[in-house]
Design a binder for this molecule. Structure first.
Ligand code: SAH
Length: 261
């Protein structure tokens, strides 16, 4: 067996029924599409994925020992078991133009995984993943809630998000300190947001930097034009704005000029 390594966020799922439920959460239209599993570890999800998606399955894990184990147990996948860091690897050659992502993510880098997915958003059609429950709830949170944050806005701009179910720490080896949650993201048909997307990201990030401040104060470092500063919306906090309101604010800021992106 593979010895769990803490620094790689390894907590192996023991419960086969939960593994099956996670795999079953992938939408039916993924058949025929490439499926990328991030962090397969000892393959608890892989065993269920292989039934439906064998020809299209690609695995990536950073852990040499896990990769060795997987290569031994999933002979048919051979060169589609990749040893590497999802955050750094260029997977275009193996994944093509469109793919779905599944995984019991390493919790210590789940936010970074989502920033990477956002960079690849026009290829990543769907994501089904398990992560720390608290983070899972934050990502799907609607505005007007203290859980709503940078990644909630950025992801919800491009994905329809759904919280599926909670998984108890006791079904992992070793058990993590926190509960886990499974979520599903489905790419919406938003190709462009209708604003400068680089500025949008900057406004969202800056707005949440000091989430208890009004946007007027939180966005000070952006040197907003006076006519934008006078607007009512700047009396509010970032956590109360919907994606569309952030888009509108971004456009107002851009049309006011003198903002360096
Ligand atoms: N899917 C398995 C293992 C989950 S633990 C299960 O459910 O039991 C998380 C897995 O992610 C581990 O196998 C770990 O080696 C892998 N991992 C950690 N960091 C990674 C990275 N940067 N890129 C790819 N895989 C990573």
């Amino acid at each position: 067996m593979v010895k769990p390594k803490k620094h790689l966020g390894q907590h192996f799922l023991k419960d086969q029924n939960i593994a099956k439920d996670i795999v079953d959460a992938l939408s039916a239209d993924n058949e025929g599409r490439r499926i990328l599993e991030i962090g397969p570890g000892t393959g608890v999800l892989t065993r269920f994925l292989i039934g439906k998606y064998a020809d299209n399955l690609v695995l990536i894990d950073i852990d040499t020992e896990s990769v060795k184990y997987l290569k031994k147990h999933f002979l048919d996948l051979n060169d589609r078991i990749v040893e590497g860091d999802f955050l750094k690897m260029n997977l275009r050659a193996v994944l093509g133009d469109e793919y779905a992502v599944i995984g019991n993510f390493p919790y210590n880098i789940s936010s970074q995984i989502f920033f990477r997915i956002l960079e690849e958003r026009d290829k990543v059609i769907e994501v089904v993943c398990m992560l720390q429950e608290e983070v899972a709830r934050r990502l799907v949170s609607p505005p007007g809630n203290k859980d709503y944050g940078i990644l909630s806005v950025l992801l919800q701009a491009y994905y329809d998000m759904e919280y599926l179910f909670t998984v108890d720490a006791s079904v992992f080896d070793p058990p993590p300190k926190v509960q886990s949650g499974v979520i599903k993201l489905r790419r919406n048909n938003q190709v462009k947001l209708g604003c400068d997307e680089v500025l949008f990201k900057k406004v969202v990030k800056q707005g949440f930097q000091n989430r208890r401040k009004t946007l007027r104060n939180a966005l000070k470092p952006l040197n907003l034009p006076e006519e934008v500063k006078a607007q009512e919306i700047l009396n509010r906090r970032a956590e109360t704005l919907s994606v569309n309101e952030f888009v509108k604010l971004t456009n107002d800021i851009a049309s006011g000029g003198n903002i360096k992106v």
